[in-house]
Design a protein around this ligand. Sequence first.
Ligand SMILES: [Zn+2]
Ligand SMILES: [Zn+2]
Length: 263
Amino acid sequence: MIRIDFLGTGNAFTPPGRLHALTLIDEKILIDTPPTLLTQLQRKGMKTSEIEHLLFTHWHADHTFGFPFFMLERKYISDPNGKNNLNIYLRPGGKDKLAELCNIGFPGSLENIGDMADWYEEEKFELPETNWSFERFPVCHTPETDPHGYELTHNTGFKLLHCGDSGPCKEIEERAEHSNIVILEMGMPDIGDFPYHYTPNNVIEFSKKFPKSLILVTHNFASSKNISEGFKIPELPKEVFQLEDGDAIEINQNGEIEIINNS
Ligand SMILES: [Zn+2]
Ligand SMILES: [Zn+2]
């Protein structure tokens, strides 16, 4: 069985009722490190030392500024003897950026992060001791953040496309055709032209093009359902599921998908 937990589903502004977007796969593969990730893992009943693989999409703060907290908790609380392996997958130059963040945030306490993990810059990788491999691909987002998405393939053949932060682009559409699930960000409402984010209208167009994929929307600009302040959740086709914090999906051996609504 595959399980994917959505520990946060908001954009950078944490709209009411949402924390920053954060995806956890099979309770050991984490995509990005938003600033409040310790709270988000605690809500799931987990510690940072249980994360074996950490994948980075790009260098915006809502995806990276939790990294010093992640390493600090691991080093001083949940894995003080450094017994648990951690593999980090990121673009070239990323390790220096993360080391700098740690030195700014907790100077003197995290000088050895280079030794606390194994670092991989490969664009394709089989994640050891999991059933997953990935291929990283460039997406359309603020170029200074070196933005990428991940095509994750399970050894049953099941494909999960995590698009990171991106507006509509060829790289996503080429892969969506053969993906069972597409996790799309919807960072901005339909109030202008935003090439670096999907808006509700972009998501509607996408769902028409790819009717066979289950589309899960995260990094949402809108408030959580049942909250009246802020942006209202847009109406989208029923094939599109707008995730809430705490939602999860499970996929059984036959590839059947169940959405677990915990909110
Ligand atoms: Zn973001
Ligand atoms: Zn971003």
